[in-house]
Ligand binder design. Sequence first.
Ligand code: SF4
Ligand code: SF4
Length: 182
Amino acid sequence: MSDSDKDNRPKIGHKRQDTDQPMVLPGIHRYQFFTNLKDRGWTRNLDRVALFGIVAGLLATIIKPLLRGNPATIYCYECRACYATQDRCPVGITYQAELAVAGRVLDYDRFIRNGGLKCIRCGNCQSYCVQYLPLPQMFGTMQEDTRMAIRSGILPRYTLDRAMKMGLIGKDFIDDVVKALA
Ligand code: SF4
Ligand code: SF4
């Protein structure tokens, strides 16, 4: 870096003027929000905190399914091509991608609401997945996680009540749900 470049650098602790923001296209400046706030004490490390939050969120998305033995859920693109299964799902599940994502983030309510506890793991939807992910195994793992959650009583009563009324509980799970609601 030449001496003149060094002289042109924004001074630490001074707000950068709009015209000094980096150019992305002729006449268009890219506004660097976080780095522009250095002169305000409470936001001094806001960019670092934001970056830490983003990295922590990404790691949680990856580590959670790995620890729970459902790593294939990480690879779901959320493209929703599997919705093409339509009436080839014998139990009438229409949003298979919702089950895959619920399994990734361990969202029991979302899984049950979309019929996850009705799935009989026949595998018909797998051929519609653009990545040929093992959907029956993914859903089966989440079903067992959900069963454990029901048994440990951490699921809200209204989630189970609503699922019973809507016929969203398969025969393999009915005893657990009835017991939890008793
Ligand atoms: S594996 Fe489950 S979601 Fe997929 S078609 Fe079979 S019953 Fe439906
Ligand atoms: S087709 Fe496969 S990758 Fe796409 S949303 Fe469905 S499960 Fe995920």
